[in-house]
Write a protein that binds this ligand. Structure first.
Ligand code: F6R
Length: 280
């Protein structure tokens, strides 16, 4: 596991885009796992910029999104299909036939989940999975208590999530109660994980994920078991970590017991031959 600290959300987004860009240049037919939510928006903006201004080529890329609500049509503004189209897909040269978001309107949801898993296998597995982290440590819709070996499946949304989502809908009846989500086992099979966290509201979840025990009570803690998991976090999200030396200068990357370190200004080890993460 590698912890990369960036000062601000903007810096974090740029670093994440650098990593995605690097992987894409090395492998033009990259299989990229994508997340929705507010955290990856800065990354997506940076990728759009790289596509338009640096010629970053997505034409051979295949994507798989983590999750989708059940019962929302693709055109619904709260659907993750809509989110991805508006935030990323329509702005880059991605072939829409190569994008995958679970179909929450499928007549047979279980068959859809099985198809999704099989489709990932058929394209050779996910190379790089982008992830946000919930304030309670959830990954995708795998809320605390989810099986750490779970596969793509239907999840009942927690009361809390339903309540939180209510503001996006005109009535409570419209708020989705179920979702399709990649499982934690599915996510763990990606060759690399890129977990992004920004802001104080994520600080406790980051601490639990990075320093806490590996437990279903904090699904993101399973990332400790992944050989190539990179957390890119900003200052605020890092604020509850206890093993990062407090005297470190803001904006520098940290050497801390238990974590791999990176130095600012040099190519990150994740881009080079040293493959520092393999020593963890
Ligand atoms: C997104 C997803 C969620 C979010 C998480 C953080 O596809 O599955 O797990 O990554 O809820 O959301 P934000 O980034 O909005 O804080």
């Amino acid at each position: 596991m590698l912890l990369i600290l960036r000062k601000t959300y903007e810096d974090l987004s740029q670093e994440a885009a650098r990593l995605v860009g690097d992987r894409l240049r090395r492998k033009p037919n990259l299989v990229l796992g994508l997340a929705t939510g507010s955290t990856p928006l800065g990354l997506y903006t940076a990728l759009i910029d790289k596509c338009r201004n640096e010629g970053l080529d997505f034409s051979k890329v295949t994507t798989f999104n983590l999750d989708e609500y059940i019962g929302l049509p693709r055109s619904h503004q709260q659907s993750y299909h809509y989110f991805m189209r508006e935030s990323l897909f329509k702005h880059i040269n991605l072939d829409s036939r190569h994008t995958h978001v679970p179909d929450g309107m499928a007549r047979d949801i279980e068959a859809q989940c099985e198809w999704y898993e099989q489709r990932i296998v058929d394209v050779g597995g996910i190379d790089l999975q982008i992830l946000g982290i919930g304030a309670n440590g959830h990954l995708a819709f795998n809320e605390p208590g989810s099986s750490l070996g779970s596969r793509t499946r239907i999840k009942t949304l927690s009361e809390r999530t339903v309540r939180d989502n209510a503001r996006f809908f005109t009535s409570m009846e419209q708020v989705p109660r179920y979702a399709i989500t990649m499982g934690i086992g599915t996510i763990m099979e990606a060759r690399e994980l890129l977990i992004l966290a920004s802001g104080e509201s994520k600080a406790e979840a980051v601490r639990a994920a990075v320093e806490g025990p590996i437990t279903a009570a904090c699904p993101a803690s399973i990332c400790q078991m992944h050989r190539r998991a990179y957390f890119i976090i900003d200052e605020a999200a890092r604020s509850k970590l206890t093993q990062v030396p407090v005297e470190e200068v803001t904006g520098r990357e940290y050497a801390a017991p238990g974590y791999q370190s990176l130095r600012l200004g040099e190519p990150s080890e994740i881009f080079g031959e040293r493959r520092a993460h393999e020593r963890t």
